[in-house]
Design a protein around this ligand. Structure first.
Ligand code: NI
Length: 136
């Protein structure tokens, strides 16, 4: 059930917020505020080492000796946290591996850091999301 409440804001801050809403194509202030609140809760989930969902994307050079093995070994070490892995052959020498992860935030970050530290990994990103359970 939706509840209404009012917010008091400094004029400058409200103007800035309205520009923010416009740039992101929000339909109204309420929707933008709901998103900001949820985003802050997701941040708390990660900082509080809660059960989270994330996506690790890795771009790497598959000509690098043993790198593919090392990436696979790391994923076996964290198999409890891995839901699914997809491999894309980007071009002659670059691969993209997308790993969907679910588990305690610290473990998931640990895996991402281990993968990112491997020699030959050109770029890694960890998209920090939520199971959605506490977001409603
Ligand atoms: Ni490949």
């Amino acid at each position: 059930m939706l509840k209404r409440f009012s917010i008091s804001l400094e004029e400058d801050l409200l103007e800035k917020f309205d520009r923010y809403i416009q740039e992101r194509s929000y339909e109204n202030r309420s929707e933008a505020i709901r998103d900001l609140i949820r985003r802050s809760f997701v941040k708390d989930e990660w900082e509080g080492d809660k059960e989270v969902i994330g996506v690790i994307s890795i771009i790497y050079d598959h000509h690098m000796r043993r790198l593919q093995d090392r990436i696979t070994e790391a994923q076996h070490d964290y198999h409890h946290q891995i839901t699914s892995t997809t491999h894309v052959h980007v071009d002659h020498s670059n691969c993209l591996e997308v790993v969907i992860v679910r588990g305690k935030a610290k473990k998931v970050k640990e895996l991402s850091e281990k993968l990112g530290a491997l020699r030959g990994v050109k770029h890694i990103s960890l998209s920090m999301s939520s199971t959605g359970e506490d977001l409603k």
